[in-house]
Design a protein. Structure first.
Lengths: 287, 755
């Protein structure tokens, strides 16, 4: 096994292109190292990207949008007051992952690249309409987060490509988001169901909405029909019922050790309603 | 064993709460656990395990692995004893253990060991496993207890059933138990209400944090050394010697510090394998399990399927009780169906009772003891039915338990009459506790349950040596799994009359003391404690003899009082008391070293009862349960170190909460374990638990000099039922299957609303 410390994203790409066998980029390592120890994936080449200048930086750009470096940890997001006030759902989703120790290492980018349908931060990023900056052999490109996952453990990233940052749009003055997951214990579990809702209000009415669900399909899903049902409503009982119904229709889960098809589908609707209420409350309290 | 009246009052050291002697080592990392020992030139070992639930092993080709650089030895079943006879039931336990630690003709479960490698590095050993070629013929498998008993189920092994099993049962049923008294049918006729119901529990693992680990050395001269994490190193010595054709005394076994056992370290899994590799390589071999191996190939508890029928009059008298307990114990005999049956109705004084147990084999790992083996599941089923009867008849659950409670002198459900017991006292204390009358909010429910465990004595040897400076060292043979070194030192301090911190208690190796049974059956504070007291009294007798010689008076004229030899009365003479340290200072010149010792198999362990109260809240939309409040009331006989007694109470409740709500072995259709890790085998986290309140009841056990009863196991008997009763009260639906995971609760609520 070879271990490289990349000095820039371009350098990381060069190292990846030159490598033979199984390659893994290493940021926090909270998935890669676990998989290595469990002999699930034994990489031939590890390329550490966390020393790259800027990789651990959170930047607010002039237009109010955010650029979160690939090696920014969950703990850093939690301690960033402005970002947390802008995108509380994204930060709370990231902060649900693992333990306090894991939070010191784990990254949004890693959570996305691991490709798990149950990844906590990914529904929140989808609902927030986040994108990623990818650097690869053919240069740089911007891709919506929703286009990255392609199946359990799989992404649309091409060979040699590395994500440099997660980009969150500027939050609207009347917008807020929320993320909830269901786990059987109080912490340390993988989501049985996850749901993120991002809303933008016009007075008491919902003007824009995005709803995303996790752990109920082969990939995290954006549920556009659920969002459409919310727009124009004040999140009244009828809108909540329609939301649960649309979310349940969008579920395509499996039976496994963490839950049944029936249970996951049912709880997805419950969580969508609860997350929507929190996001709505957060947005209302801004005005 | 005849004993004087227990001393139950006027203690100076017993009942205090000093720091544990092993605490400093454990918090500073100095303590040596199973994996912390090394030897010069040591090799590292790894075990190849079957990926199949049931398969015939057609051939094993180890040649490539043996040829790999760094590999020093490869062993298969051929490297173990050929002189261990196969016998039915538990008579063939050595064979059962041998077959479990290294598969013979068949792999019997997912994770069954089939070969092992020792190499110069742990990575090399692991890589070498991939070079071993095993040719399997995959066979049909069965992992469910009811399915394993049904006609047509795959037969694991013919001839395993012992003579207790009635004709006509499936060969996977290997032991049968039936006991009780009276006429249950007549009793049911006399009842105003009879409830009959079925219950299912899944297998759970003890979940000790320290994986099994050992360091083995064994030369061609047949002399060996074994360091391992175990609850019983004499047992390990005996079993390993049998499995490797060694003379028992030539294998010296030392127990490491132990990172939890709870019954799961009462047998051997890897030790004979490490010894076989060490013998073949002629080098020391270290073998450490990973967590996945612990789940797949050590001993979880049994899964169960149970049918309970209880009759009650309108005013709450139980007229008859019947239980059938089917326990799946993995691919070998030994599931504690007899304990389930005998514990099930033990809290009740019944005229008519019948209990039947079936020990059933399936393609799962060989079950091992887990805290009061068999009792918690039986209590879950029985106490759920009693709860339902109380609800339907509108009776208070504590009053009804008091009305039917077993008491001193009553005939037990399993036969003998009870000696002094404290069940009634636990129920009265629970009823008087503020917890029982605290208001509940909507969506919350309260549950109560009683629980019972026998406790055990067993072979015990203790030695107590005095030092010249007047301090004492105790050698005991029972690994310390619950703070027992502190308890031993307290009891010795009480007898010798010297301070607690002047005494060091050590877990001796197998070469140092006579045979000591495993630390199991909640026996250590009882049996090693009794032996420590007796060894101390033996030393005191010798001290008195030295004082008598100094004074020139008969031995009988000297007595021991609070650390001093004193004349026994005015007629004995007028001498200044001599402190212990003055007698030990010149003991070399007055007759030699002073050592007290005691060896026996004490039989007065004294049974123990508990009553638990629990409040739970259930989210009806997600089925998630929160445990809001928990109170343990249990009879300890005498709490030597109350903090560690409370710790046992809390630990049993915490493990019970996990078992009740989330812990389970999940097998796929392929017979493979789906959740062999702490990520998906969900033990409770600190944040899942409320502060667990404890009440220590002390009804002295006449079989111990201070009245001690074991406390380690009874604490896990009531939680499953108490929590099930609380969850049922909170959710409005009776849960008859464990764990009561959120999907099961939501499904039960849906079924109920669908009528």
């Amino acid at each position: 096994m070879q271990y490289h410390t990349a000095t820039s994203y371009e350098n990381a790409v060069e190292l990846a292109e030159a490598a033979q066998g199984t390659i893994r980029f290493l940021a926090g390592g909270t998935d890669v190292l676990v998989q290595l120890r469990a002999e699930i994936v034994t990489p031939d080449v590890l390329i550490d990207i966390k020393q790259i200048p800027g990789a651990a930086d959170i930047q607010c750009l002039a237009d109010g949008s955010w650029q979160i470096g690939a090696a920014v940890s969950g703990a850093q997001l939690d301690e960033h007051g402005t970002l947390k006030a802008n995108w509380p759902g994204v930060v709370e989703a990231m902060n649900l992952i693992g333990s306090t120790q894991v939070q010191g290492r784990a990254t949004l980018t890693g959570n996305l690249c691991n490709g798990s349908p149950a990844a906590d931060s990914v529904p929140a990023m989808l609902a927030a309409n986040a994108s990623v900056t990818i650097i690869g052999p053919d240069g740089q490109r911007q891709v919506p987060v929703k286009d990255i996952p392609s199946g359990p453990g799989k992404t649309t990233l091409k060979s040699g490509e590395v994500i440099a940052s997660v980009n969150l749009p500027a939050q609207s003055a009347s917008g807020a988001d929320a993320y909830l997951r269901f786990i059987p214990r109080t912490e340390m579990d993988i989501a049985v169901v996850g749901c993120a809702v991002s809303l933008e209000l016009d007075g008491p009415k919902i003007a824009k909405a995005r709803v995303a669900i996790g752990a109920v399909a082969p990939t995290v899903r954006l549920v556009e029909s659920a969002a459409e049902g919310l727009i124009g409503s004040t999140l009244d009982d009828a809108a909540l019922a329609a939301l649960a119904s649309a979310v349940r229709d969008a579920c395509d889960p499996i039976n496994d050790k963490r839950g049944t098809i029936e249970y996951r589908t049912h709880v997805a609707g419950v969580l969508a309603q609860r997350a929507a209420k929190i996001a709505y409350q957060r947005a209302r309290s801004k005005s | 064993m005849a004993l004087d009246e227990p001393k139950t009052t006027d203690f100076k050291y017993v009942g205090t709460r000093p720091d544990r002697p092993d605490g400093f080592d454990k918090v500073t990392g100095r303590a040596k656990f199973g994996a912390d020992m090394s030897a010069p030139g040591m090799l590292h070992a790894a075990i190849l395990r079957s990926p199949h639930a049931h398969a015939r092993i057609l051939s094993i080709d180890t040649s490539e692995a043996e040829a790999m650089k760094g590999v020093k030895a490869v062993v298969t079943r051929a490297d173990f004893s050929k002189n261990v006879p196969f016998e039915s039931g538990l008579s063939g336990e050595f064979w059962n253990i041998l077959e479990n630690v290294m598969a013979g003709e068949k792999a019997l479960y997912d994770g069954h060991a089939v070969a092992a490698v020792a190499a110069t590095s742990a990575l090399d050993a692991r890589d070498a496993l991939k070079l071993i070629k095993v040719d399997y013929e995959v066979l049909p498998h069965v992992t469910d207890v009811d399915a394993a008993m049904a006609s047509g189920a795959p037969v694991l092994r013919k001839g395993a059933a012992d003579s207790s099993v009635p004709e006509g049962l499936h060969p996977n049923v290997v032991r049968y138990h039936e006991s009780g008294h009276g006429d249950v049918e007549a009793g049911f006729t006399a009842a105003d209400l009879v409830i009959e119901d079925s219950f299912v529990t899944e297998a759970t693992h003890q979940g000790y944090i320290e994986p099994h680990a050992c360091l083995a050395t064994l030369g061609s001269d047949g002399k060996g050394e074994l360091w391992c994490t175990t609850q019983g190193h004499w047992h390990a010595q005996k079993v390993c010697a049998a499995l490797l054709d060694l003379e028992t005394s030539q294998l010296r076994v030392t127990a490491s510090e132990i990172g939890g056992g709870f019954g799961g370290k009462t047998t051997v899994f890897i030790e004979p394998v490490a010894l076989a590799l060490a013998r073949k390589a002629n080098r020391s071999v270290k073998l450490v399990m990973n967590r996945s191996e612990v789940f797949r190939a050590t001993g979880p508890t049994s899964s169960t399927s149970m049918d309970i029928k209880i009759g009650m009059t309108k005013d709450g008298k139980i007229t008859a009780a019947k239980g059938v307990f089917c326990l799946q114990g993995g691919a070998f005999p030994g599931a504690p169906c007899d304990e389930s049956a005998m514990c099930a109705f033990a809290p009740y004084n019944l005229e008519n009772v019948l209990q039947v147990g079936y020990d059933v084999m399936s393609n799962r790992p060989k079950q091992a003891a887990y805290r009061a083996p068999g009792s918690p599941m039986a209590a879950f089923a029985v106490e759920s039915v009693i709860d339902e009867l109380c609800k339907k008849l509108n009776l208070d659950p504590i009053d009804i338990r008091l009305k039917n409670a077993a008491h001193t002198g009553s005939k037990s459900s399993f036969g003998p009459r009870f000696d002094a017991i404290g069940l009634v006292e636990t129920l009265e204390a629970a009823k008087a506790h503020p917890h029982y009358s605290a208001p509940l909010k909507p969506g919350q429910g309260r549950g109560i349950s009683c629980g019972f465990w026998f406790n055990h004595g067993g072979e015990t040897a203790v030695s107590l040596a005095l030092s010249e400076d007047g301090t004492a060292q105790i050698s005991v043979g029972t690994p310390d799994i619950g703070g027992s070194r502190a308890s031993m030192a307290l009891m010795a301090a009480e007898e010798l009359g010297i301070p607690y911190d002047h005494i060091r208690c050590t877990i001796a190796d197998t070469a140092t003391l006579g045979y000591n049974e495993i630390s199991h059956g909640s026996r250590v504070t009882y049996a090693s404690g009794l032996a420590t007291i007796k060894a101390a009294r033996d030393a005191v007798e010798k001290l008195c003899k030295r004082a008598a010689a100094k004074w020139g008076i008969p031995e009988e004229a000297v007595k021991w009082q609070d650390g001093f030899a004193v004349p026994s009365g005015p007629n004995a003479g007028d001498f200044d008391p001599i402190p212990l340290k003055d007698l030990t200072a010149d003991m070399g010149a007055t007759g030699g070293p002073i050592v007290g010792h005691f060896e026996a198999s004490p039989e007065g362990a004294g049974v123990s009862f508990a009553t638990h109260l629990v409040d739970a809240e259930v989210d009806p939309e997600t089925g998630k349960t929160e445990i809001l409040r928990y109170t343990v009331v249990q009879d300890a006989g005498k709490a030597i170190h109350p903090t560690y007694v409370e710790g046992q109470y809390q630990g049993g409740a915490a493990q019970g909460i996990g078992w009740a709500l989330n812990e389970e072995y999940i097998y796929g259709d392929d017979g493979r374990l789906q959740n062999a890790g702490f990520l998906d085998y969900r033990i409770p986290l600190a944040s899942d638990l409320p502060m667990i309140d404890t009440v220590i009841i002390e009804v002295p056990n006449p079989g111990h000099p201070y009245g001690v009863r074991g406390v380690g196991e009874t604490s896990i008997c009531p939680p499953l039922a108490a929590i099930a009763n609380a969850v049922s009260a909170a959710s409005g639906v009776r849960l008859r299957q464990l764990p009561m995971s959120p999907p099961r609760i939501v499904a039960a609520l849906k079924n109920q609303s669908n009528g």
